[in-house]
Structures are given as C-alpha cells and as structure tokens.
Design a protein around this ligand. Sequence first.
Ligand code: ADP
Ligand code: GLC
Length: 468
Amino acid sequence: MNITHISAECYPIAKVGGLADVVGALPKYQNTLGLKSSVIMPLYDNKFTQEHTFSTIYQSEVALGETAYDFSILELENSTLEFDVFFVDIKSLLFKDYVYSFDDTDRFLAFQIATLDWLLTLDTKPNIIHCHDHHTGLVPFMLQESYKYESLNKIPVITTIHNAQYQGGFGYDKLGFIPEFDLKNVGLLDWNNQINPLAAAIKCAWRVTTVSPSYMEELKQEANGLQDLLKAESQKCVGILNGIDAAVWNPEKDEYLISNFSEKNVNLGREKNKKWLCETFRLDPTKPLFAFIGRLVYEKGSDLLPEVFQNILKENNCSILLLGSGNKEVEAELNTLKEAHQGNYNAFIGYDEKLSHIIYGGADFLLMPSRVEPCGLNQMYSLRYGTIPIVRSTGGLKDTVVDIEKENGFGICHKEVTVAEIEHAIQRGITLYKDQEKFKEIRKNIMKIDHSWDASASEYIKLYKSIN
Ligand code: ADP
Ligand code: GLC
C-alpha cells in the first residue's frame, strides 16, 4: 500500500513543533510494517536544504488567480532518511527561511495545488493520501470537487488534526484560486462566512483523526468554533495517540546529550547532563531543576509562567530553566526575571534542538501547564529520558501521564490552568525530590514506558485498510 503524507513540516528537514516530529517518524515506522510511505512538503530555504542536493523530477506552473508561479517537484539525493521525501519548490512563495508567515494562504494553496497536479501525472498513484493540519486542508475538498482532479477522487484521503486552534481561514476574494468546481458545493468550504480549510477537510476527508483519544472527545465540546461540525461528523472521526521516534529520542545514543545513559546508569548520566545545564545557565545543581520547553503561546499556558516563577523563586528551593519563543510580551517578562533570580533561574529565548535534548536528559521535572494539548510530545520525550512530567490533565497529557497519588502513578497532574495550581504542582515536585529514593525509583520506571510508534503506527494501518 502506497501512502503519501502531505505536510508543511517534517523532521529533520523543517520543524516548528510536534507536527514535524510526527511526519518525520510515522512514515518510517509505516515502512517497517510493510507499507510504502512517503512525504511531500514545501522546499524551504533552511539549513537542511542548503546542506543537501536535489534532483528535479517534474516542472510545471500553478496559477493563483491572475498570477502564475513556476514550480518544480524535487527529490532528495543520497537520502539517509528511511522514507522518500518529495519537495514542492516555488521560489517566490515557499522557498523562504521560515515555515509559517503572514502570507500562508497563498503559499499553502499553491503548495496543495502543485502537489495534486504532480500526483495527476504519476503512473503509480498513492493508495491513501494522508493530510496533516489546515495547511493541507483543501486537498480533500479539491480531490472530491475540482474537475481537474476527477481521476484522483477515488483515492481515500485522511486528515489528521494536530491542532484545531489553527484553521487557516481566508476570505472569498480568493475563491477563484481554488481549481474550478461546481459552485453549488461551495458550502463545503465554508464556516462562518469564510473559507475554512480545516472545516473543509473535516467535511470532505474520508476519515478524520486527531492525535490522542481525549483530544478527540474534547474537540466535540470545544474546537475553536468547529465543535458542532466535529460532533456532526463524529462517525468518521477517531483519536490515535502519537508515538515518538525511539531511534531519534534514545538517551543511550542521543548525540546531542552531554552524557548518554540507560536505565542502568540513569543517575550518573543525568547528573552529568544536569551539571552541564547548571554550569551553562548558572543554576544551582543541588536544587531540583524544573524546565519548560515549548512555544510561548496561550495554549501552552506560558503566559502564566512569569508570575508562577516569580512566586516559586521567592522560596529559593528550586532552579528553573526555560527554552522557548513566541509571544513577545511573555518573552520580555521571562527575560526580565533573570536579573532578580540569578543562580536559580534562566531562560533561553529561541529555538535550539540540541539544548532541548539536554534538558530532557538533565532537568528533574518538565512543566506542561497547557490549556490545550492535542497530544504533546514533550512529556513522552521526558518519560523516555527520565524527567518527571508535571502536566495539566488535558488532551494527550491526560492520556499519557498518571498522577503519583494514583495506582502506578509516575507524574504530577493538575486540573486547571491557574497560577495557584501550577505553583502547587511545582511544590509537589519539590516535596517528591526530597524523597530521593522514591524520586529515583519513579525516574527509572518511567524510562521503561513504551511510547514508540510501534503501537500507533499499526492503528493507522488498520484505518487505511478500512477505507481502501
Ligand atoms: P507543539 O507541536 O504544540 O509545539 P509538541 O509537544 O507536540 O508541541 O512538540 C513540540 C516539539 O518541539 C518537541 O519536539 C519539542 O522538544 C520541540 N520544541 C518546542 N520548542 C522548542 C524550542 N524552543 N527549542 C527546541 N525544541 C523545541
Ligand atoms: C500539535 C499539537 C501537539 C501535538 C503535535 C503533534 O502541534 O499542539 O499537542 O503533539 O501537534 O501531533
């Protein structure tokens, strides 16, 4: 069975968040299970593309209204990835040093049209088209409705919602950019008098998945306006928990770590990573180290962190390290805290893949006070590396972290996203850290939890087979 994943991100080629990790791992696992899974994504101007060479396999042009853009489909040469990747190269639209920006409507529309134009020319068509998030949300609609793609409309198409907060809505002034279709079906594109790619995907995809079972249920209550649609389409919706790439995220082999370790030498290995973090960020290594890694956006609860940190740091009994970027005000507040709390607090505002790995390998606790967390990969990386997760029980966090007060519990969970509850959860971590025997036992045990893609990849295969 040939699967074509269509995505804006794919690790290690271009990553903004967890979408990249999923699209960079799922095809790999699917291939080991006997499928032929490949990815098609935009060609960006970034480190990966600068360091690799590509061959052109197709050239044509795509029109958005009056403007025509030349595009090429490229294939990666001498690939060491364990799946095929194809790129849509549109110099003036996609080939930028960023993944997302203000002009995403045109960029991703052109990407989707170019992708389908190319698929039309292939002798061997995919058996399943698997789309990810709103950037590819018009693919199911175009396959079903655009005259041009009629010969592809028997191919089952799946949309995975990684995050329903973002829907890619745009105005009807760009309706003409979508390859011609019967206008009486224009309602399929619509949500609240806008063209809404995510809504169109939910309506037109053969199946809709999201990245954890709990998030699927939550979406039927609150989906940034799409809850009623998800309720109405619930018979074709299913939540499949993401996995992690256990080869990339392996503390025994991870090249980013200062010191590699397994369950057997976890204490020593983690101590060395923590020492490096504390030296680099001038923190006290004798105190429990709490970390946050992530996008500084409202969904992640990061706006509350400056106040939480300020309150917690008054007591002087823990260290805090933050890695992230996003909201400029939150960034500024997090930076301001540095001076008053030197020695106990530091923040790296930016994106740093290596540092993130060392934090998973050296911090004692990882904070995820998310308001919305469709799946969350950070907590799964933490578990694999022996960092105890402190999470707000929502979405995928609810499905993967059990509170220490419960039977076989191993994490710290809180119900609401308030300064008081996050602080209380951190205090519980400080108390747990004082009981070093219990702390170390939990740390060792969580490393054994298997969240690799093995289980979930086969759930996707079952789903593909059910519609193929
Ligand atoms: P989301 O996709 O909503 O951002 P996930 O938990 O699914 O959340 O995935 C986030 C991914 O991005 C993880 O691999 C995490 O380590 C990484 N990440 C987030 N922010 C940073 C950062 N500032 N530097 C390095 N890695 C980051
Ligand atoms: C999204 C979600 C995150 C999820 C990731 C991968 O970015 O915010 O929770 O883990 O996609 O599916």
